[in-house]
Design a protein around this ligand. Sequence first.
Ligand SMILES: Cc1cc2nc3c(=O)[nH]c(=O)nc-3n(C[C@H](O)[C@H](O)[C@H](O)COP(=O)(O)OP(=O)(O)OC[C@H]3O[C@@H](n4cnc5c(N)ncnc54)[C@H](O)[C@@H]3O)c2cc1C
Ligand SMILES: *[C@@H]1O[C@H](CO)[C@@H](O)[C@H](O)[C@H]1NC(C)=O
Ligand SMILES: *[C@@H]1O[C@H](CO)[C@@H](O)[C@H](O)[C@H]1NC(C)=O
Ligand SMILES: *[C@@H]1O[C@H](CO)[C@@H](O)[C@H](O)[C@H]1NC(C)=O
Ligand SMILES: *[C@@H]1O[C@H](CO)[C@@H](O)[C@H](O)[C@H]1NC(C)=O
Length: 771
Amino acid sequence: MARFRRCAPLLPLVVFACALLPRAAHAGLYTQSDQVVLLTPSTVDAVLFNSSAAVLVEFYASWCGHCMAFAPVWKSLARDTREWKPAVDLAVIDCADENNRQTCIRFGIRGYPTLKFFHAYSEKGSNGVSFEVAERDVMSLRQHLINMMETHKESWPPACPPLESASEVEINKFFETNSVQHLALVFEKADSYVGREVILDMLQFENVAVRRVLDTEEGLVSKFGVTDFPSCHLYYPDGHMTRLSVQMEARTFYSYALQRLSGVVRSGRPPPLVSDLSPNNTEMEWKPFNRSRVYMADLESALHYSLRVELAAHPTITGGALTALKRYASVLAKHFPGRPMVKNLLRALDTWLQSQEDAEITYKSLQVVLDNKEETPEALLPDSVRWVGCQGSKPRFRRYPCSMWTLFHVMTVEALNSSNSDAQEVLQALRGYVRNFFGCRECAGHFERMAQESMYQVKKLSDAVLWLWSRHNRVNSRLAGALSEDPHFPKVQWPPPELCPKCHSVQLTGEHQWDSAAVLTFLEEHFSSSRIFLDYLEPEAELLRRQLGPPVILEENEQDTGDHAARAARDIRQDLGEEPAAEKDQEGAEDEQELDADQSEGAREGGENDAMPEAAARRPSILGLHRREAQEEIVDLDSFVNQHYKAKVLRAALISRRRRRAVPGGHEQGRAGDLGLQPLESDEFAWGAKQRLQKRALTGQYTGLEEDEEALDLDAGSLGGPWVSVLSLGFSRLDISLCLLLYTLSSLCLLAMYRFFQLRVWHRRGKVALP
Ligand SMILES: Cc1cc2nc3c(=O)[nH]c(=O)nc-3n(C[C@H](O)[C@H](O)[C@H](O)COP(=O)(O)OP(=O)(O)OC[C@H]3O[C@@H](n4cnc5c(N)ncnc54)[C@H](O)[C@@H]3O)c2cc1C
Ligand SMILES: *[C@@H]1O[C@H](CO)[C@@H](O)[C@H](O)[C@H]1NC(C)=O
Ligand SMILES: *[C@@H]1O[C@H](CO)[C@@H](O)[C@H](O)[C@H]1NC(C)=O
Ligand SMILES: *[C@@H]1O[C@H](CO)[C@@H](O)[C@H](O)[C@H]1NC(C)=O
Ligand SMILES: *[C@@H]1O[C@H](CO)[C@@H](O)[C@H](O)[C@H]1NC(C)=O
């Protein structure tokens, strides 16, 4: 019994550990990274009824062939209309899932897929409106969605701007009643949707209002001599008008150009500040660079960080992770277009790794090779980071993840040029690295999902280049507007028209289209080794001298080697919003100051060469889409375009959406998710640690579900894989190891107890049986 008592305190731990086990994932056709709301019986009412946004729902069955074929269309539609979310959101529910069956019956779903539109502020119990289109392609669906939005009557969704055409009188009086900087007018024919699409595309942006003007509005048309329909013009308070210059007269180009007007910012985000460049108030010296070029300094920093910092978090590397590392090293040795000494070191690393036959290597032994302790002549990997093209306006922006993307693109392009490689080899090596070692586990999950979806189809090296480009754009689309986005480097569909005009074209229908041949040519040139800039690199001779001499203190304040490795690895996770809660609280004060200091007014980013943008220490007036608000309001439409109001409405809409999703959903874990991938929001209020955790839980609910599934998808073979991903939610690696150790101990203990009682029972029985 003594043993029992000693074990008892461990029991809760066992239970706790079991509670954290990933649950069986049900495989629907969608995940949260598809930017659709995944409905469950417990959230369905909150999402569909009395919501400030309209919702278009797809009821599907995961086994139905039509649904499978339709899923990519639905996903594209979600990406296409992602800026419209505060006004209209997309949702899905899998009726094949046992748990959802009752819900689907309730809505009278007989066939799949069935689309239903729920107006904003739909009454509880409403059955939605059927949503029928002749052609189920993205354009028809999107246009019909606009038609449906226009059927709103009194209950117009507050975040949705007016969609009807504007009259001359309205335009003339516009600036009397609205305090926006820009008024854009889309002149078009009555049956054109471009104007309304642009209006919705811009609804999350401040300082700009968009109205559509029909060609029948003769006063305006003749006054300004407008002859092209559609065409987009900027109207000024003094009554004159200039044409918006775009490459093509189409929605995407209008929206892109309008988002780039000076003073136009995402609601709730302060405009980036370019002035005040005194290096005195910056932590690091800003290195001017050309945005349309690739810098070797970033690539070497990526290598240093991935090999010395991220890998250092894995004291021993075995199994799938070891294989992945070997592939990564091999591809680096083959294709990294580095300086000779770096190439030599990568070759030495590759040779060493391939010669390791044991099932396990330690990071220590790897470190010996990385630091060239064996003294391979002329081999070296710089042991600090120097961000140039990947500098962010704040230390928490860009940097390592940016350099990894750059490295990945460079590697695929190099492989294409060298052509002594096959497409899968390169892509799989990068994938393996991300899956096993990339510190941002959520990013790894998302990337892995994309890889599973389509990476196997890539056959040619040129397709590998394009695959990576298009997946990167998907990530950009998902992250546009997230708090982790550097306001000076907004996430755009890349390359934008000004960087590569030939890459863009429009179909006959007016839909934007990438010209993939032009994109490939552009990528080949942009990432080609011959064009990589060597600026800001420490000279090889200097580095070699230092490698031979005693260790010196480097002037860069960001050198993270050896002992600092673990901390730095944690930093990167933090940067991407994955920090363990406890640590966050300790370091919170510091971080928050930084967040607060991040806000200020100023001009938009300018030319190619960027000066250091540094912000005045001023609190944000609005943290718009990510802030809590005490109450929501329903407001009259006329004042909509008043920008102060706009921000409020968007906030209210978001909160409402958040509330809808914040329904306790059984298994939603409080994880910083898609939206939560941002560092914890700063706030006007001094939130206590507890409140902060609550907030995190709120954001987490957006993606919590998915993250679990993702964790499952990851290879269970790797130490740093799903387990850590699931567990690391609020724990450091040490905590996790401890937890697992205790778990093992207590299991053993339980086993022993079981044996003990079994023996006793058996013994007693024996006794009883005996006469
Ligand atoms: C594999 C991977 C997965 C990630 N997943 C997530 C995630 O799920 N959530 C999250 O918050 N962050 C994620 N990140 C980080 C995020 O994608 C950005 O790297 C980070 O926010 C820094 O952004 P950035 O503005 O520097 O531009 P980045 O997106 O890092 O791009 C770097 C540079 O590459 C060029 N570029 C941009 N788009 C393309 C393109 N389509 N093709 C070729 N070149 C391009 C541009 O010059 C750009 O400056 C991930 C990073 C990686 C490497
Ligand atoms: C609908 O929501 C509003 C606020 O968003 C609230 O005041 C109202 O009571 C809700 N109505 C119902 C029926 O829940
Ligand atoms: C930085 O500060 C030092 C003294 O603290 C001052 O001499 C120098 O002029 C400042 N530099 C700039 C660019 O303001
Ligand atoms: C392709 O590789 C060759 C060397 O193999 C190099 O000289 C050339 O510059 C490369 N081309 C590009 C576009 O990088
Ligand atoms: C940046 O590089 C591009 C492409 O090489 C070039 O056209 C542009 O002039 C450069 N900008 C500056 C400011 O050097």
